[in-house]
Design a protein around this ligand. Structure first.
Ligand code: SAH
Length: 361
């Protein structure tokens, strides 16, 4: 048989925890082996069963024959000369490439999470991808121009965390589902990945340290509030009226702004303690007028949410320009005057094509 036709062994994290005992072939008095595997995998970050020195050789060998622990291979990295951003490229087992962005803003600079505590040495975050390519076609985004290939598996999503920590030698404080792809269009795998990331049997990240960003898929937001670990929600709104939203986010605009907001408020009520943020990319002459700011503020007034005004990163070949400083300031002032928590985000990693919406590997 040629190597191509040999089926690849399953990856451990793709197997639900409840099936680990039968998968590794332990039961009864041996069941503590599962706990050991969890510990060696999540804490010690082993890459092969051979590393589990507390296991008998026969068990290690038997597991290695039917399971594999890693599914990605790092395929290059570029570090920003301007800030602490590193863009990693990974190769999947079927040979696809996708990016993931490590953020480590200089201390005293624009923090990724301004309301988080300071961490000695600075906070690190990972912007991870959930799909190879993106089928949502937001007209201003570079990822939207990369043809959709496939959803990433739960393992491929979680493994980006392992690799980022290993390759940078830093612990991540925040996990942001803001890389390539629309997370909620890959609902099942994203929820399973969240279970590993948030669960005490996995990486055990706190609610406030995990954020899922979406272009606003209403049914999936509703579903997320019922069956998934709670997370912070970031909604890419980007417009204050449905006509504009339809022009720049044609596919997501099948849900009206009102429907998206209703789903967001409901999510917030059901997952107490989660933070809700609206992302608003400032596009010159498209969505940045004072009238737009007033409309947006009417929607969000008296609600507990943040607005992130994102300074647009021009994408070669796309006809959009960032709004002027003055317009961004005016827009931000209008929201703030009306009591809406607003901050202006200057994308990090611009010089290496790792800023918001530049990801295109
Ligand atoms: N698909 C999800 C996750 C990606 S998050 C989502 O859209 O929410 C990436 C964020 O960067 C989104 O808010 C996206 O709209 C925004 N973005 C896209 N292109 C951009 C660009 N060129 N400059 C700045 N922000 C951009």
């Amino acid at each position: 048989m040629s190597p191509e036709s040999t089926p690849l062994p399953p990856v451990l994290l793709d197997v639900p925890l409840g099936e680990w005992p039968s998968m590794i072939g332990v039961s009864g008095a041996e069941i503590y082996r599962v706990r050991q595997l969890q510990d060696w995998f999540f804490q010690r970050r082993i890459k092969s069963f051979d590393e589990i020195t507390v296991w008998p050789a026969a068990l290690r060998r038997a597991c290695a024959e039917k399971l594999t622990l890693r599914s990605l291979v790092p395929d290059g990295q570029v570090a920003s000369a301007e800030d602490g951003t590193v863009r990693f490229t990974y190769k999947t087992r079927d040979g696809l490439l996708f990016p993931s962005v490590f953020l480590h803003p200089p201390q005293g600079g624009d923090p990724v999470d301004p309301d988080e505590d300071e961490v000695p040495g600075g906070r690190s975050s990972l912007c991870l991808s959930t799909q190879v390519g993106c089928a949502w076609g937001c007209s201003f985004c570079a990822s939207g121009r990369v043809p959709f290939k496939r959803d990433l598996t739960q393992t491929e999503i979680v493994e980006q965390i392992f690799w980022a920590e290993e390759l940078t030698g830093r612990r991540l404080q925040s996990i942001l589902f803001m890389g390539m792809g629309e997370p909620l269009a890959n609902y099942e795998n994203v929820v399973r990945a969240l279970q590993w990331i948030r669960g005490s049997e996995g990486l055990h990240y706190g609610l406030r340290h995990v954020t899922v960003s979406t272009t606003g898929l209403v049914p999936q937001i509703q579903q997320l509030s019922k069956g998934a670990p709670a997370v912070n929600l970031a909604i890419s709104l980007h417009a204050a009226d449905d006509e504009t939203r339809k022009k720049i986010m044609p596919r997501s605009a099948r849900w009206t702004i009102k429907e998206v907001l209703k789903a967001a408020w409901d999510y917030q009520v059901k997952t107490r303690g989660s933070r809700l943020t609206f992302e608003y990319v400032m596009l010159d002459g498209i969505n940045d007028s004072q009238r737009n700011a007033q409309r947006l503020s009417n929607f969000l007034r008296h609600r507990k949410c943040w607005v992130n005004l994102i300074v647009y990163n021009p994408v070669p070949g796309l006809p959009f320009q960032p709004s002027t400083e003055e317009k961004v300031k005016k827009f931000s002032d209008i929201l703030s005057e009306r009591g809406i928590w607003t901050r202006v985000r200057r994308p990090l990693g611009k010089d290496i094509g790792a800023g918001c919406g530049q990801l295109s590997v």
